[in-house]
Design a protein around this ligand. Structure first.
Ligand SMILES: Nc1ncnc2c1ncn2[C@@H]1O[C@H](COP(=O)(O)OP(=O)(O)OP(=O)(O)O)[C@@H](O)[C@H]1O
Length: 319
């Protein structure tokens, strides 16, 4: 388990990470999502002990990453945004070197290297120089290095950046495989990636955590606040009369087409789903509805809303 408490990082006057608080539980895939410059890499570098914090604390299974780095780091494997590879080594030599650096006992090194070569599908290139590998393979070598020692937590900074679509699919498959036995935290600025791979999403913007929930809950949380759209063959005034009879309307906008069909976009008080009440009101007035839909806010819209200007709303409303 990782506990991040009040984590703050300043670069001179610039506040890159602004009092972050969150907990990462075991056995899930977490996605750290945010636009460029949001503070993802800085946070990951602090969580893995590569960078000191200005304020706050990171505990890995109860061990402070700065005060007890050896204990804390035992439980973490890290693939930074730019993998720390030695270009003049072969894949195998590099993994042997990494195993030694990680303090893996001699008799365990060989079987573990074999295991990560198998996992990351590096068999064909194990004796090739790293400098001659494609970007996708280099990334897999970086991942294999992060997995060596089979730490409880694996942290990956933008693991698919710069890869081609086939390589992206392969890396995502590998991440899913890893997640069966490990907690995985990955950062990305690509929403589709985080949605596809992660169980849990943390959205970071301007160094602040602006949302933190399961993908499903994030979408549901906003869908309750979504609009309801009704179409009926009636005038705007008729529609307004019927709709307001529910007594639950916060806001409504109308659009009437040349064919005499009026569309109402409704937001109910408290974001309530009032489709049943609307149906009954129209039925009572003998005005047949043509459509009745609740429009769901997409994760893209949530992401944009939270990371552009109006940010922080979701968290504030929760408190
Ligand atoms: N060493 C540094 N010195 C000064 N400012 C820095 C340094 N490293 C990062 N920053 C700034 O801190 C902010 C957060 O950067 P960070 O790299 O953590 O963001 P990020 O979310 O990982 O973005 P990206 O996806 O572009 O890597 C940015 O404004 C960046 O310019």
């Amino acid at each position: 388990m990782i506990e991040v408490k009040n984590l703050t990082k300043r670069y001179g006057n610039h506040l890159a990470v602004d009092h972050l608080n969150f907990t990462v539980e075991s056995g899930k895939i977490y996605g750290f999502l945010g636009p460029n410059g949001a503070g993802k890499s800085t946070t990951m570098n602090i969580m893995t002990g590569y960078l000191g914090a200005t304020e706050g604390q990171v505990l890995i299974d109860g061990h402070d990453i700065l005060k007890e780095p050896e204990e804390a780091k035992k439980n973490i494997g890290y693939l930074p945004e730019i993998p720390p590879l030695y270009m003049e080594m072969t894949v195998r030599e590099y993994l042997e070197f990494a195993a030694e650096l990680k303090g893996i006992k001699k008799d365990k090194r060989e079987p573990q290297i074999e295991e990560v070569i198998r996992l990351a599908k590096l068999r064909d290139v194990e004796n090739r120089l790293i400098q001659n590998l494609s970007k996708g393979y280099k990334q897999r070598v970086g991942l294999a290095q992060a997995v060596l020692g089979f730490p409880e937590i694996i942290i990956l900074d933008e693991p698919t950046v710069g890869l081609d679509p086939k390589q992206i699919i392969e890396i995502r498959e590998l991440i899913r495989k890893l997640a069966k036995k490990h907690t995985v935290i990955l950062s990305s600025h690509i929403l589709a990636e985080v949605r596809e791979v992660c169980d849990y999403i943390m959205i970071i913007s301007g160094g602040k955590l602006v949302a933190s929930d399961t993908t499903e809950n994030l979408e549901n949380m906003m869908s309750g606040k979504g609009q309801i759209e009704v179409e009926a063959k009636a005038s705007r005034d008729e529609m307004d009369h019927i709709i307001r009879r529910t007594g639950k309307i916060k806001e409504v906008k109308y659009r009437t087409s040349a064919s005499g069909i009026t569309t109402a976009q409704i937001i109910a008080k408290g974001g309530e789903d009032i489709r049943e009440e609307l149906f009954l009101a129209f039925s009572h007035a003998d005005v047949p509805m043509l459509t009745l839909n609740q429009s769901k806010t997409t994760l893209e819209e949530i992401f944009l809303e939270l990371t552009q200007g109006s940010g922080n709303r979701m968290i504030k409303e929760e408190k």
